[in-house]
Design a protein around this ligand. Structure first.
Ligand SMILES: [Zn+2]
Length: 133
């Protein structure tokens, strides 16, 4: 599912970014437009789908506990059948996905002193003894 259009029409697209195929369903789920001309490629591999589901679970877990080591997050989220399919390169990608998901949670580095003060005010940063920074 890509997005909702006007009148709650759903627009669905292919999982491969280079594929331009799409179709539209109305509220009752009936297809009102079908554009699947170029959609004649091989389906996604089991390995890719498995990596995607492990990666999403790891990102969710990593954002809940920001200080848990990525290796612990991955060890907890990986299932036995995923372990048999995924390679070391897949796990590197998952680790990078965890890093970028956590990086999005942090505020951007301030460029000016005014930006710094805005960030300190927004996040209500306190010193060790509880005073406002
Ligand atoms: Zn396609």
């Amino acid at each position: 599912m890509h997005k909702y259009l006007a009148n709650e029409v759903e627009r669905w697209v292919c999982t491969q970014k280079t594929c331009k195929a799409f179709f539209k369903n109305d509220v009752r789920g009936t297809m009102i437009e079908d554009n699947s001309d170029g959609h004649n490629h091989l389906p996604d591999s089991c390995q890719m789908l498995m990596r995607q589901s492990v990666s999403n679970a790891c990102k969710r877990q990593a954002k809940e506990d920001l200080f848990k080591r990525p290796s612990k997050v991955m060890r907890r989220e990986i299932t036995a059948d995923a372990l048999s399919v995924l390679t070391e390169a897949d796990m590197t990608q998952v680790r990078k996905a965890i890093h970028s998901a956590r990086a999005k949670e942090r505020p951007p580095l301030p460029k000016t002193l005014d930006d710094l003060h805005i960030i300190l005010h927004e996040y209500d940063v306190k010193t060790k003894v509880g005073e406002r920074f």
